[in-house]
Design a protein around this ligand. Structure first.
Ligand SMILES: *Cc1c(COP(=O)(O)O)cnc(C)c1O
Length: 353
């Protein structure tokens, strides 16, 4: 049915990708057609010769940046996609695999809200599967929610807003038994001691792992997200994305940060110490009923009255995330770990709440 692509494909990928995407002839930019380094007169892209260095289109495939990401993440360059935040890497699988109004996706619940928003935007049915009382997943329950029209399964570990890592064996079971694409969002992976699922990519051509520069790397403002997957999947991401999806300023800033990964290690260590201190202090607050275990730079706390405490904090200029209307998170606040002084301000306010 689908037209074969010239690149080698895992046996079932052609059956998963939407036919229009499978046969898509992508836009070929000037920088795609000539990407060599030897030329010195560039009259091919209708750029303005003045206002260097920002007059030139950036590398559409971010090759230099991917070299550095490859080194740090231990994944070959042709298995890396870089996008305009994880947001882009979350949206693309819908556009690539899911036929609007026909296909569906399965996801753990509660989790990050963007998976559902992107499903709604793309008119794809979203099937949430509740976690258990410990916010753990069960592979069989997720698989049971799938049918022949299920293209994607979404998991997030450490999970947002619950903070815990999902059971690795259960995640692997889903990857191994599901015939479609499994996406595991490790946005908070740098804060966790659990082994990354990137290590499973070589064995599993249906796995996509997401990372971001927005959390541990402290670069939320530059909007840079990462997806790691088989090179066949990455090739399809590349042909569907906007040609210049990661701008030059972002590429430069990320290159700078990647020169000093030890700075990130220091931030992570400091934030984890602060998180543990905050969690212990929360556990002693009379207005806090339960502090949930966390593998991330935030934690979830069940309060006596989340809405009242949220409003009280807002009045004092302190903003936390009220998750009380999220399933399984009634009366829960999600607390991001800040700097020591900020955390102390939060604790002082809560002690006199
Ligand atoms: C914060 C977060 C991201 C990051 O999104 P960006 O678009 O890269 O800033 C991704 N996934 C989850 C679960 C998050 O909590």
């Amino acid at each position: 049915m689908n037209k074969p692509c010239s690149a080698p494909q895992p046996s079932n990928l052609g059956g998963l990708v939407r036919p229009n995407i499978w046969s898509l002839a992508p836009y070929s930019s000037a920088r795609d057609e000539y990407s060599g380094k030897e030329a010195h007169v560039f009259l091919d892209a209708n750029e303005n010769p003045y206002n260097a260095p920002y007059n030139r289109y950036p590398d559409p495939l971010q090759r230099e940046l991917k070299k550095q990401v490859s080194r740090i993440k231990g994944v070959p360059e042709d298995m890396i996609f870089l996008g305009n935040g994880s947001d882009e890497a979350i949206d693309l699988p819908y556009r690539i695999f899911c036929e609007p109004g026909r296909d569906n996706v399965v996801a753990i619940e509660p989790t990050y809200g963007m998976y559902k928003v992107c499903a709604d935007i793309n008119n794809v049915e979203y099937r949430p599967v509740l976690l258990d009382d410990h916010y753990q997943m069960d592979a069989d329950r997720l698989l049971k929610a799938t049918d022949s029209r299920t293209k994607l399964i979404w998991m997030c570990s450490p999970n947002n807003p619950t903070g815990n890592s999902l059971n690795r064996d259960e995640m692997l079971k889903v990857v191994e038994r599901f015939g479609g694409i499994v996406i595991i969002d490790e946005a908070y992976g740098d804060f966790s001691a659990q082994k990354t699922m990137r290590a499973e990519l070589a064995k599993h051509p249906n796995l996509i792992v997401l990372n971001t520069f927005s959390k541990a790397w402290g670069l939320a403002a530059i909007r840079l997200g990462m997806a790691f997957a088989s090179k066949e999947i990455i090739q399809i991401f590349n042909k569907v994305k906007y040609p210049y999806n990661v701008n030059q300023l972002t590429q430069q800033q990320a290159m700078e940060a990647l020169k000093d990964p030890f700075e990130v290690d220091k931030w992570v260590k400091t934030l984890l110490l602060e998180r543990n201190r905050l969690m212990q202090a929360f556990a002693l607050l009379p207005i806090c009923e339960q502090v949930y275990p966390s593998d991330a730079n935030f934690f979830l706390a069940r309060m006596t009255d989340a809405q009242r405490i949220y409003d009280y904090l807002v009045d004092r200029g302190i903003i936390v995330r009220n998750r009380t209307r999220v399933q399984l998170c009634h009366n829960c606040l999600r607390i991001t770990v800040g700097m020591k002084g900020e955390n102390n301000e939060l604790l002082a306010a809560l002690r006199s709440a």
